[in-house]
Design a protein around this ligand. Structure first.
Ligand code: SF4
Ligand code: SF4
Ligand code: SF4
Length: 333
């Protein structure tokens, strides 16, 4: 949550923003305007990637300031139709598929249709209870509509729903983990259940099945989703997964703190800009010698499906990459 008392007006948040070209003076002027309740150009230019939250060295959370101002001024240039369509997310039909009571629940959020075909048909998830659909939607995706109030309004409902499962929850969607692990603290909500990120689950599974792993010996580029700006510390888990399965994470311009958004939120707002960002991102991965782009967010995976294929770069969802190392499917040629 935005904390003005932590802001020393250093300007780093918007100087580092990869979607505008502000010097320090301009960045500070933008932040000052927002702090004083005025509109600022960044509200229109922001692609809702959440990165400035991570760039801020003092933890002032400038993205929360920007997001709330975007909502107040209706500044994120999304069409009324697209915003209304997003409002239907929570109405996506829900289902609980019971599994082994000894195993944790796998939450798909509302992402089942975005997953690559057959992604769940794996030893990785055998016997797990699966929950999916609007009842399990975490609402943090509203950042991509330029709105904060639906997140605040529904945070407790989401936590109560997950808690009602009475079991440990594995979050497949990075958004849900960001919401549970970090965002709900903004609203004073205490999480009453145990949970883990899919990275931790995969890392544990691979550790426990080490003799089944066939090292892939591939180089990969990673597509870091925006929700990871709320939980950057779990990057170390990904590195451990890559090491376990014999994959080298190429050092590239757009990874870690300087990751680029997949541009999903921009596609229906400014298609030309979205396509340019995707091209920069994919070309960077290719230049660095990656055999594939690895995705974590199912939405990024879907959004980048066509642009990666058009540029001849393989794209592999993280759970599928682990399945390849377990001999369940081949690495793409
Ligand atoms: S959310 Fe991303 S695009 Fe928006 S101001 Fe912050 S860094 Fe820039
Ligand atoms: S929000 Fe953080 S990064 Fe931005 S000006 Fe304030 S202290 Fe600096
Ligand atoms: S669509 Fe994916 S990369 Fe793009 S902003 Fe959302 S999570 Fe981040």
């Amino acid at each position: 949550m935005w904390d003005a008392s932590k802001c020393d007006l250093c300007g780093d948040c918007l100087v580092k923003c990869l979607y505008v070209d502000y010097d320090k003076d301009r960045a500070v002027a933008e932040i000052k305007a927002l702090m004083e309740g005025r509109a600022a150009e960044i509200l229109d230019q922001c692609v809702t990637c959440c990165a400035c939250r991570e760039y801020c060295p003092t933890g002032a959370d400038p993205y929360d300031l920007i997001l709330k101002a975007q909502e107040r001024f209706a500044a994120f240039p999304i069409s009324k139709e697209a915003a209304a369509a997003f409002d239907l997310t929570s109405a996506i039909p829900s289902e609980l598929i019971p599994g082994d009571p000894e195993k944790p629940v796998l939450s798909l959020c509302v992402m089942e249709r975005q997953l690559p075909e057959g992604a769940l048909d794996s030893q990785l998830f055998r016997g797990m209870t699966i929950v999916k659909g609007g009842d399990y939607f975490c609402y943090i995706g509203y950042v991509h509509v330029g709105k904060e109030s639906p997140i605040a309004k529904n945070a407790q409902k989401f936590i109560d729903k997950m808690g009602s499962l009475g079991k440990e929850v594995v979050f497949l969607h990075d958004d849900c983990y960001a919401m549970t692990h970090t965002k709900v603290k903004d609203y004073g909500i205490v999480v009453p259940f145990k949970y883990m990120h899919i990275f931790e689950y995969l890392r544990n599974y691979l550790r426990n099945h080490i003799s089944d792993i066939i090292k892939l010996n591939k180089k990969v580029a990673y597509q870091r989703p925006c929700a990871s700006r709320y939980t950057p510390e779990k990057d170390a888990l990904l590195d451990e997964i890559f090491e376990l399965i014999g994959v080298e994470r190429v050092r590239r311009k757009y990874d870690g703190e300087t990751a680029l958004c997949c541009s999903g939120p921009l596609i229906n707002v400014d298609r030309e800009r979205a396509v340019q960002i995707q091209a920069r991102n994919i070309d960077d991965a290719i230049t660095c010698g990656a055999d594939a782009l690895i995705t974590l967010c199912p939405m990024c995976d879907r959004v980048l499906r066509r642009p990666t294929s058009e540029r001849g770069l393989n794209k592999v969802f993280i759970t599928d990459l682990c399945r390849m190392a377990l001999g369940e499917k081949p690495f793409p040629a």
